[in-house]
Design a protein around this ligand. Structure first.
Ligand code: F6P
Length: 287
């Protein structure tokens, strides 16, 4: 199915055999194409999609995606169409899977960028504020911040005002640090935009000269790493096993390190909790 739910509504089917999918394991993104399709929330769109699926004699659908995609999968399954979900989003906010496809690669891309930015931070004795993606979830910021040795991490899950970020930078400066990094999640109340406009007016509160960088969609590009290749391959194989056994209405995810199913009914509308004890660890490391 090309272009996700939008393709499903517009009958964009393509037949793929083994040879059509050779040589794609090292490619990022998706050869199928992807869209954001809000229209699929409507009953009419779902009914139309099921009509196309039945006309094409499709036995089952495997939906690869994050919470929006899995909400659509649940809706189709509620309407009686056989569906299996596969947990895939860089945000790692999907309930029912400890890790989702793309997270590890996005983290490594963010980390490489942070490491590179630190070169200038150190040479020019500056502070850098790096904004990472993640929508409303701080996972990418938390983990890339710890791994990148950030002095301060700003998450949507923890209300942080600009004064406290400024004070952490100031304290780092006074402890004798010659450079500093703040990793901020795009979904935080004060993200790169909010913080930089505050810092423009209160430059003296930081101590350091400051630059702001938004990594944005860079994190979604690049070559998938070993972890994601293996996770996607294992998820895919287990999803096909579910279809073969006629076990539908579940999300295939990673639970306690094992590939395991969770009923779609149990994941829709839920939010995976972030392990905030890691933030304390980050604070200790930053001292
Ligand atoms: O959900 C994945 C994600 O990359 C988020 O981290 C980000 O906020 C969003 O998608 C960007 O969406 P778009 O490419 O539609 O702007």
């Amino acid at each position: 199915m090309r272009h996700g739910y939008s393709g499903l509504m517009n009958d964009e089917f393509v037949e793929l055999g083994s040879r059509n999918v050779s040589g794609i394991i090292q490619r990022g993104g998706t050869i199928l194409g992807s869209t954001r399709c809000l229209a699929f929330k409507a009953e009419e769109a779902q009914v139309k999609a099921i009509r196309f699926l039945r006309q094409r004699e499709i036995d089952a659908l495997i939906v690869i995606g994050g919470d929006g995609s899995q909400a659509g999968a649940f809706a189709l399954s509620q309407r009686g169409f056989p569906v299996v979900g596969v947990a895939s989003t860089i945000d790692n906010d999907l309930y029912g899977s400890e890790m989702t496809i793309g997270v590890d690669t996005a983290l490594n891309v963010a980390l490489e960028a942070i490491d590179r930015i630190k070169v200038t931070a150190s040479s020019h004795e500056r502070a850098f504020l790096v904004e990472v993606m993640g929508r409303n979830c701080g996972y990418l910021a938390l983990i890339s911040g710890i791994a990148g040795g950030a002095e301060c991490i700003v998450l949507p899950e923890v209300e942080t005002d600009p004064e406290s970020v400024a004070s952490e930078l100031r304290q780092a400066y006074e402890r004798g640090k010659t450079h500093a990094t703040v990793v901020v999640a795009e979904g935080a109340k004060y993200n790169a935009e909010g913080l930089s406009s505050y810092f423009q007016e209160h430059r003296e509160r930081i101590g350091f000269d400051l630059r702001v960088i938004k990594l944005g969609h860079v994190q979604r590009g690049g070559t998938p790493g070993v972890f994601d290749r293996l996770l996607a391959t294992r998820f895919g194989a287990v999803a096909v096993d579910h279809v073969a056994r006629g076990e539908f209405g579940v999300l295939v995810g990673l639970i306690k390190g094992q590939i395991a199913p969770t009923p779609l009914a149990d994941i829709v509308g839920k939010r995976k909790e972030l392990d905030l004890s890691l933030l304390k660890l980050a604070d200790v490391l930053a001292q």
